[in-house]
Design a protein around this ligand. Sequence first.
Ligand code: F6R
Length: 262
Amino acid sequence: MEVIIRPDATAATQLTAAIIANQVRAKPSSVIGLATGATMERVYAELVRLHREAGLDFSLVRSFNLDEYEGLSPEDPHSYRHYMNEKLFNHINIDIRNTHLPHGQAPDLKAECQRYEELILACGGIDMQLLGIGRSGHIGFNEPLSALQSRTRDKALTPTTLAQNASYFPTPDAMPKRGITMGVGTILEARNIALLVTGSAKASVIAKAVEGPVTSMISASALQLHPNCQIIVDEDAASELTQQAYYHWIFENEDDWKPYRG
Ligand code: F6R
């Protein structure tokens, strides 16, 4: 695991988008794992800009989103499918048939989760997984106590997550209380992972995830087990990390980061 601290949310977002862009340039048929939420909106805006202004080509890319709300149709404006179409897919040259999310209204949820896992495998697995972290420590909708080897399944959302995302819905009752999510084990099978965290509200949880013990109480702590995982934080999100000087040194000195130093 490497932690990279950037001065602000804009710089952290640009670095994350550059990592995705370099993956797509290096392997145009990349399988990319995608997340939703407020943090990701800026990443997608930057990827759209790179597509329009620098010709970043998504025509062969295939994508798998982490999660979807249970019970929402793809057309529902609160569904993650709708979010992805609006924030990214409608603005780049990806083939929409190559974009995948779990079906929130699948009649047989177990079969749907199995189908999703099999589709990821049939596409050769995920080359690069983009992640955010929730205030509960979740990645995807892997709420506390998610098994570290869990697979795609349906999951009850915690009060913390219901509160975090309530503002997207007209009333608290309108928000689904469950989601379908890739498991922690599914996520850990991605060949590369980039987790973006911005803002002081996430400082405490990212410090636990990165510098605390690996525990199912903080699903993101499982990323410590991954050999190719980058955590990109802004100064605000980094404020409770104890090894900040070391993390700054890594970015300034390691060859891998040279292309990103500008
Ligand atoms: C959603 C997802 C979640 C979010 C997390 C942070 O697809 O994967 O884990 O990344 O809840 O959300 P924001 O950025 O809205 O704080």
